[in-house]
Design a protein around this ligand. Structure first.
Ligand SMILES: CC(C)(COP(=O)(O)OP(=O)(O)OC[C@H]1O[C@@H](n2cnc3c(N)ncnc32)[C@H](O)[C@@H]1OP(=O)(O)O)[C@@H](O)C(=O)NCCC(=O)NCCS
Length: 106
């Protein structure tokens, strides 16, 4: 296995059109190869099959992940300053992003 993500449909009755990626990781040797785009494509297909029109993800701000998600077509909708306190006292913003899976999203 070179990469993975989970896809979770939100459970609240008002949010069931939304699915969220979690634990998205690609092994270092497979980064920058197009695998991230393929995984997001498959995850989006899966979410659509569940009936979702919005795909969401969050990450640490200013990291490769943020640049990659924007490069993959996600749009930033929120940024919580200092949202993540990592090991060693390193602080990151939490960045939340979304993409439309269908015209019904907006
Ligand atoms: C986040 C992660 C899954 C992204 O995978 P990746 O292989 O690094 O992503 P890529 O380099 O393929 O970038 C994705 C797309 O964004 C584009 N992109 C990346 N950085 C970019 C930048 N600075 N400007 C413009 N486009 C950019 C890439 O060109 C690529 O598009 P393409 O498929 O058309 O080539 C991977 O870096 C990873 O596992 N990181 C460690 C774990 C992690 O931080 N996970 C996120 C937790 S939320």
């Amino acid at each position: 296995m070179l990469g993975m993500t989970t896809v979770r449909r939100l459970e609240h009755r008002m949010c069931r059109h939304r699915a969220e990626l979690g634990g998205f990781v690609i092994l270092p040797e497979a980064r920058g190869t197009g695998l991230a785009r393929r995984i997001v494509g498959v995850a989006g297909d899966w979410a659509r099959e569940l009936g979702c029109s919005v795909l969401e993800v969050s990450c640490r701000g200013g990291t490769r992940a943020e640049a990659a998600y924007v490069g993959l077509g996600f749009q930033v909708w929120g940024r919580l300053p200092g949202g993540f306190h990592d090991r060693g006292g390193v602080v990151f913003d939490e960045v939340r992003l979304w993409m439309a899976l269908s015209a019904e999203a907006v």
